[in-house]
Design a protein around this ligand. Structure first.
Ligand SMILES: C[S@@+](CC[C@H](N)C(=O)[O-])C[C@H]1O[C@@H](n2cnc3c(N)ncnc32)[C@H](O)[C@@H]1O
Length: 448
């Protein structure tokens, strides 16, 4: 049996020992095992057998051959690789060929890499871009890459934008990334969110966590139509995007809803709010990051399966809806998350580290919370998780649909700051004493 130690020993022997070993094998699995465990290749390595393997009938062997050829660096026979690229049908092998050519960092390969920019596979185009970007301040490279800002593929456009077009968009007020305005700290405003946000400067908040009204399913909000409802939410999240710091998160809790039927002659109607809202968020600069499922105990939700349990007739199946979504988005930026994290001092990072017991999957089992006055209150446990996982201590958490103020209270308990808006006076009145903080009512004319 061929082991890693045997491969190592034969590699050290040289004189084509590995080539002979590979050639004597008929089993594809063993050939791949050898190729995958070759490690670094010595300068006197006899690589000719690797080029022969470029025509092997099994794609994994071809892929491993290309990977090893890539390790040869300056000794790589580029013409053999580019010939193979022209006839290769396997996507992973084609991509690896471009990656190997790019890794050579040789100016001789530039014309080839320019050709690859026309490939129909966006990943090949990205590999070629990567290979070309090593030639910094090279006018010819820039002339080939900059026009790709109009490439049909979004990944390609993003890379080019970051390299050539992104500007350091400083906050208009010159506020550092980690800071916010004093007049927004621990404030709840009794007003329509869109009215209130007119007074909030760009790039003010670090995290938004909210549960918008459930269309017309609950009595605290009435919209003339579903389209009007979605357009209202679009406006709210467009404004939220404006006031959010670069690269920071928005987490929206929603779920499909049901509007009861008008009479027995009509059907009730389901509305897939999370799915319908998603395109509006993406369109307005929110990058989709994750879908977290909030799982509730079956006993806590409305029973819909009862009828089916009796009749068992297909088509009449209506499962009990035990989940809601937490849709996680990030304000689109070409900057990596690291950039956001580095804006905090060492102590803040240490103090904000998430303790053991955090969720490891995107399904969070949490009991719902029932409130005598407000029908859709966040469980504190849910708020705690979101705030701890998506914000640092001392920074501003926003809830445009503040309700009874759960986000505010939890943010405060976790040493964050809060800024909430809530339209309904009676709900605001419940929220106010609970938060025991600066409040701002409609009568103050939003004069913070
Ligand atoms: C689903 S509830 C949020 C409950 C909240 N998460 C809590 O824990 O209490 C939505 C809230 O948004 C408020 N609301 C609806 N339209 C609003 C608007 N245009 N501006 C501000 N608040 C609004 C409603 O009055 C309701 O309290």
């Amino acid at each position: 049996m061929i082991t890693k130690d045997i491969i190592k020993e034969m590699k050290q022997q040289g004189h084509g020992a590995i080539a002979n070993l590979v050639k004597s094998q008929h089993d594809v699995g063993t050939i791949n095992f050898i190729l995958e465990h070759l490690g670094q290749l010595p300068s006197n390595f006899d690589s000719s057998f690797l080029y022969e393997l470029l025509t092997h009938q099994h794609h994994q062997v071809r892929l491993n051959a290309v990977k090893n050829i890539g390790k040869l660096n300056s000794k790589t026979d580029i013409s053999k690789l580019s010939d193979r690229y022209k006839i290769e049908t396997d996507t992973t092998v084609r991509r690896e060929i471009i990656s190997s050519i790019g890794r050579q960092r040789s100016t001789h390969n530039k014309p080839l890499l320019f050709d690859f920019l026309n490939d129909e596979d966006p990943k090949i185009v990205c590999q070629a871009i990567r290979g070309l970007l090593v030639f910094e301040k090279d006018k010819e490279v820039e002339d080939h890459l900059k026009p790709l800002i109009n490439h049909p593929n979004e990944m390609v456009r993003t890379v080019i934008y970051k390299e050539y077009f992104a500007q350091d968009n400083k906050n208009v007020d010159g506020l550092p990334h980690h800071e916010t305005h004093n007049f927004l700290k621990n404030v709840v405003v009794n007003a329509d969110v869109l009215q209130a946000l007119k007074y909030v400067p760009d790039e003010s908040v670090h995290l938004t966590f909210t549960s918008p009204p459930y269309y017309n399913a609950r009595d605290y909000s009435i919209y003339p139509s579903y389209q009007a409802y979605l357009e209202f939410l679009e406006e709210v999240f467009k404004e939220t995007h404006r006031i959010t710091k670069e690269g920071r998160f928005l987490i929206v809790n929603t779920s499909p809803i049901i509007i009861a039927r008008v009479s027995r002659a009509h059907a009730s109607k389901r509305y897939g709010i999370p799915f319908d809202l998603h395109p509006y968020l993406v369109k307005n600069g929110w990058e989709f990051i994750d879908d977290i499922v909030w799982l509730k105990p079956e006993a806590s939700v409305k029973n819909r399966i009862g009828g089916f349990m009796q009749h068992r007739k297909p088509l009449g199946y209506k499962p009990n809806a035990v989940t809601e979504y937490l849709m996680v988005y990030r304000k689109s930026t070409e900057k990596l998350l690291d950039w956001n994290m580095r804006s905090y001092d060492h102590q803040t990072v240490e103090n904000s580290k998430v303790a053991n017991g955090y969720e490891t999957t995107n399904v969070w089992k949490i009991d719902p919370c029932f409130d005598k006055v407000h029908t859709a209150v966040f469980p504190v446990e849910l708020c705690k998780k979101v705030i701890q996982y998506y914000s640092y201590k001392g920074y501003l958490v926003f809830d445009p649909f503040g309700g009874s103020g759960t986000v505010g209270r939890t943010a405060k308990a976790l040493n964050r700051l809060f800024f909430l808006t809530e339209k309904e006076q009676n709900i605001f009145n419940i929220c106010k004493p609970k938060l025991n903080r600066k409040v701002c009512s409609m009568n103050d004319k939003l004069n913070f």
